[in-house]
Design a protein around this ligand. Structure first.
Ligand code: PLP
Length: 451
């Protein structure tokens, strides 16, 4: 008998499949089975697996210098990566802070937001509060979890979460827009709600408003409607608060432009990035910081009071730099947009008429499908059925062999099950069609079993 796993897996009594290798869009299991990786984990593997120029850059870096502390040393790939990221914003972000995970990036954003107001020649600043959104996810550490509105992940820890974060409605056209309401009216209503929350809290007490431009894990890929980000930024500007975008999942090319905010030409004061930055080759994430914050630091204490042992890690920096060079060099953002269109039409053609598919939405190569019990009323399934997770599990079993990211919306009575799809940026039309075919089969077969 095999001894029980020593790993504290997510589910104590369910050890995940043992994976042994990966190439391109496929992961091979220890038993030889190949799995089509249609999600790159949680929208991480933007170049697929085993990309040679990335692995070579990492090997070269680790042989030259495996580690150094960023308080004492900098290294070329770290400097080059930061310069690349700054320049990718057209200089609208002026400094870059590189860490190991999206949660760390969010913690850094929160602390820097607070420090910014102290640096503005105001040691007595009352700005200590944050406004975030319900049905959002910003990470798992206590600060980041406090920002998120993912009820299921927050629930056991509620008593130890930060008390200075409040949550307004997200922009969720499928669930939140009223019948007959235009995009403009919906946006105006959400802006009004945010304005009201500022006034309720006292605008002079708020550091920042934080939002994902496309909600990932909490809702199953929900893009905000046109005009939303601009309207939210105006409310922040009106009250002198910072506008922070969490692009950890939706950014770095996933939605067809390197930064999702480029599509609405609205520039955040700070922006977190993660998954697509290093494509899973190394743990790496970052915080892009706008000029006014950097200037305040510059004129003030001159240092950010924050730091991690592994920030700007040499191998992570080399991996991320190599990933970004491939994306740029191979013009992969165009492929994201083209293949995204194919994925959209394949999914809609195959699944729109399914009696339990309520909504198919996304951008670029980031797509979500929401399942409902009743298509007319949008009534969700009983959450205990775990439809999204059932689809994820079935996908991994023979004969399907596809990795689909299943989830469940949480908060405010919204319990819609969903799945996420996030193929690599260098995918092909054949792969996209195969993904759509397999998703269709897995979804249909799951519902045949459930009903
Ligand atoms: N922010 C968003 C939008 C995310 O989707 C995630 C992770 O899924 C995070 C932050 C946290 O990132 P990490 O899991 O790397 O800590």
């Amino acid at each position: 008998m095999t001894p029980p796993s020593a790993v504290l897996h997510r589910h104590l009594h369910r050890v995940p499949y043992l994976a042994s290798s990966g190439k391109g869009s496929y992961i091979t299991l220890e038993d030889g089975r190949r799995i089509l990786d249609a999600t790159g984990g949680a929208a991480v593997s933007c170049l697929g697996h085993g990309h040679e120029s990335v692995t070579q850059a990492m090997v070269s870096q680790i042989t030259q210098l495996s580690y150094c502390h960023t308080a004492f040393f900098s290294i070329k790939p770290f400097e080059e990566l930061a310069a690349f990221l700054r320049d990718s914003t057209g200089g609208r972000m002026s400094k870059v802070y590189i860490v190991g995970s999206g949660s760390e990036a969010m913690e850094a954003a929160m602390k820097l937001a607070r420090q910014y107001y102290l640096e503005l020649d105001n040691p007595q600043s009352q700005r200590t509060r944050f406004i975030a959104r319900k049905q959002s996810y910003h990470g798992i550490t206590l600060g980041a979890l406090s920002m998120g509105g993912h009820t299921f992940r927050r629930q056991p820890f509620e008593p130890i979460l930060l008390p200075n974060v409040s949550h307004v409605s997200p922009c969720n056209a499928y669930r939140g827009r009223r019948d007959g309401e235009s995009d403009a009216d919906y946006v105006a209503r959400l802006a009004d709600e945010l304005d009201g929350e500022f006034r309720r809290l006292g605008p002079e007490t708020v550091c920042a408003f934080v939002a994902e431009p496309v909600v990932g894990a909490a809702l199953g890929c929900v893009p905000s409607v046109p005009g939303y980000l601009t309207a939210m930024k105006s409310v922040c500007d009106k009250y002198g608060a910072l506008f922070i975008l969490d692009e950890v999942m939706s950014g770095m090319g996933r939605c067809g432009t390197l930064h999702t905010w480029e599509q609405e030409d609205v520039v955040p004061d700070m922006q977190t990035i993660g998954k697509g930055l290093g494509g899973g080759y190394a743990p790496v994430a970052g915080l892009l910081i706008g000029e006014k914050i950097v200037n305040a630091l510059d004129k003030g204490t001159g240092s950010f009071r924050h730091g991690h042992t592994y920030q700007g890690h040499p191998v992570s920096s080399a991996a991320a730099l190599a990933v970004q060079k491939v994306i740029q060099g191979e013009n992969l953002l165009e492929n994201v947009r083209k293949m995204g269109d194919v994925l959209q039409s394949e999914l809609k053609m195959r699944l729109s008429s399914h009696p339990h598919v309520g909504d198919i939405r996304g951008k670029g190569l980031f797509w979500g499908i929401e399942f409902v019990k009743n298509k007319i009323t949008k009534e969700p399934f009983d959450p205990s059925l775990g439809i999204g997770y059932k689809i994820q599990d079935k996908g991994l079993t023979p004969p399907y062999g596809i990795s689909i990211y299943g989830g469940q919306g949480t908060a405010d009575g919204i319990q819609g099950d969903h799945v996420l799809l996030a193929p690599p940026y260098n995918t092909t039309k054949e792969e996209i069609v195969l993904i759509a075919e397999l998703v269709q089969r897995v979804v249909e077969d799951t519902f045949t079993e459930v009903e």
